[in-house]
Design a protein around this ligand. Sequence first.
Ligand code: PEP
Length: 256
Amino acid sequence: ATQRRPLMAGNWKMNLNHLEAIALVQKLAFSLNEDQLTAVETVVLPPFVDLRSVQTLVDGDKLLIRYGAQDLSPYQSGAYTGDISGAMLAKLGCSYVTVGHSERRAYHHEDDALVNAKVGAALANGLTPILCVGEGLEVREELRHVPHCCDQLDAALAGLTAEQVTKVVVAYEPVWAIGTGKTATPEDAQEVCGAVRRRLAERFDPTTADQVRILYGGSVKSSNVAAIMAQPDVDGALVGGASLDADEFSQICRFP
Ligand code: PEP
């Protein structure tokens, strides 16, 4: 099996201005040495307006920390007031962009077709999309979480080649576990992450499925990350609240 490099991504959401962003990235850089940053890919996902400051710091000090955005437009440029394109993000040195986060799906009514277009826009600009899938509480209680997540996955990856899919990161984020303090058990995380990988093997091929990194997200903390990371199909975490604290997030990145 492929050795997949663990990935810890901090989704800052709508928190921290650019000065606070600089302070947090500096603290992270102090807390994680080169070996740790090589072993575990460490990514921050600040608000758009912080990206230039983060870029200046990362480039100036040649930090191994990577960064990206929380959303992008499906279009390259044009009359889309308030939107930000993948080309703009790539120009700022972004490596990643989250697509289809449950908060975007809920508050901005992003549907599967739009998520699919955004995945395409990310790839077209050399960005790695972190594609979020996950079920709400109702779907979980009806035990439809696996087909629900696989349907979201299928829709988001429609039209992509296997080669493109190897460049996608999938994040399984059960909506009922986001920002609630309720973490899925490691077995719950494995159940869906394993199902996602099997689905990728069916739709594309086993070699492709083996290469794709699959993250778990939902109230990940330093105290629960090791058990989640011990699951065979979990390759990292998408971390919200706990990524705003440099000590806590660096501990998460040192999980092994
Ligand atoms: C998220 O927003 O992607 C997330 C997982 O948030 P939290 O860790 O705060 O639950």
